[in-house]
Structures are given as structure tokens and as C-alpha cells.
Design a protein around this ligand. Sequence first.
Ligand code: AMP
Length: 181
Amino acid sequence: MKNRLLFIGPPGAGKGTQAQMICNSNDFCHLSTGELLRAEVASGTDVGRKAAELMSRGELVKDELVLQIVRTRLDCLSGGWLLDGFPRNVSQAASLDQLLADINQQIELVILLKLDDSALLQRLILRGRDDDTEEIIANRIEVYHQKTAPLIEFYTSQGLLEVVDADGTVNDVNSRIKSIL
Ligand code: AMP
């Protein structure tokens, strides 16, 4: 079974939910940069203050800050792990490769959770997080297409990418992911 994984996909595809389920049932460490950043914002740290404004607009937080946060959680990469929401652009992917090389590890599998834009919009409006207003959602989807979607080619060319249809119930999608792992 593969146990060093990345989940990529647009906002609303269910990365967080699916990552949590996979990590709980396999005892993987779940590293979500979105969750870590929200925790920094909530505790009012320096990093949180720098990230908050960009997050509230649905823009990506600066690579440097994100990497700083990931580096504080390298303990997470000692056994099985699943990175969710990171990397978010090709430059972060290159930094991740470097960071993993330094600790003699590599990604085994990248799962793309795929869902079309209209379904994403509907799901996110129902979710209702602070950054889930219609205007900010539209921006996050746009940012995904511009900055994150190039990772599909990046990981396909390395033979690492598997695409999972993210439409359907949480359990449907979970079964599809399990069958790939
Ligand atoms: P998420 O919980 O993954 O949807 O992330 C929520 C927000 O946190 C995003 O809209 C970004 O502003 C920020 N964020 C999370 N992960 C990253 C990342 N890897 N790079 C830049 N910004 C990020």
C-alpha cells in the first residue's frame, strides 16, 4: 500500500474530508497547510497576521510563509503521511521535492480529486466557512486553475498522478480512493 501521498484538487472537491478519513484509518500523519494557517490566524501569530488578509481574499499565502509552516511539522513526515493543500503551485512542488530529498524520502502517489466548477461552487456555498462567500469562492477557483492546476502536468510527467472522480457521496469517493491505494 502507498503511504506517502499528496491530495490535490480544487477547493470544495473534498480533500480535507477524504484526507482525514484516509489518515484515520491508516494512521497516517495528516498535514493540511490550510488548517495550519487557520490555526496561526486564530492564535494571532506573526505568520497568522501575514497570512490572514490573503486568505480572506482567497489568494495564496506567500510560498515562504507556507514553507516555514511545513518545516515546523517535519516530524509528520517520519512514517506514513498525507499532504493536503500543499503544494499549491509548481514552485512549492519544487521546494517540497528538495525538502523530501534532504530527508531521503519521496512522494509515492498524487491523487487529484476532480470535480467541475459548478459542483464546487454549490458545495462551498453550503459549507459556509469564512472564506466561502460567492465572490471569494469564485476567486479561489480561479486561483486554482491558474496556479495549482499546472501541478497536474508536473506530477503526470513523473508518473505519480491518479485522478479520482470527486462527485458523489463522501463514502463513494472514499471507496474510489481506497481502491487506488
Ligand atoms: P484550504 O483549507 O486548503 O482550502 O486553504 C485555505 C486558504 O489557505 C487558501 O485559500 C490559501 O489562502 C491558504 N493556503 C492553504 N494552503 C496553501 C498553500 N500551500 N499555499 C498558499 N496558500 C495556502
